[in-house]
Ligand binder design. Structure first.
Ligand code: 4NP
Length: 158
């Protein structure tokens, strides 16, 4: 079976995209789909930092450990390294388009567009809110991740 290299991207690479990476890893494993995953931020503020403790806690509640991840900034090279680059919001998408090399390999899309219930395909940024926003983010990302895995392999059973 073919594998896919997938990069999840948000602003800081400490809240949404590390969570999306962990949730996609779990969804892929559950569905016998082979994904090689990484995550990155469009901004450089948090390079080298672990995910936000609230993201780590929200995912630990469902048995997913993302504490080992380290933030990095997205690079031009990522566009030829990955098959998919999945943006969490429109601002991320717009910043990614600015550095996307012409004719590069990756399909650059909004992650939320794989789930038709998403509001304009955006995953809301929970950084300035409380813990409950991180649980909402986790639930939203879980729905999108399942939809994305089924998009790659539509013949797979649940
Ligand atoms: P993320 O959330 O993009 O989901 O990682 C944020 C993290 C940090 C900041 C903003 C959003 N910040 O302004 O430092």
């Amino acid at each position: 079976m073919r594998s896919y290299k997938v990069l999840t991207v948000c602003l800081g690479n400490i809240c949404r995209s590390p969570a999306a990476q962990g949730i996609l890893e779990a969804a892929a494993k559950q569905n016998d789909v082979f994904l090689e995953l990484d995550s990155a931020g469009t901004a450089a503020y948090h390079i080298g930092n672990p995910p936000d403790s609230r993201s780590i806690a929200a995912l630990r509640q469902i048995g997913i450990d993302i504490s080992h991840q380290k933030a990095r900034q997205v690079t031009k090279e990522d566009f030829n390294e990955f098959d998919w680059i999945l943006a969490m919001d429109r601002e991320n998408l717009s910043n990614l388009k600015k550095i996307q090399p012409q004719n590069s390999k990756a399909s650059l899309v909004m992650f939320g567009e794989f789930n038709d219930q998403a509001a304009f395909g955006e995953v809301a940024d929970p950084y300035y809110g409380g813990n409950e926003g991180f649980v909402e983010m986790r639930k939203h990302l879980t729905k999108i991740a399942d939809a994305f895995v089924h998009h790659l392999h539509p013949n797979k059973e649940d």
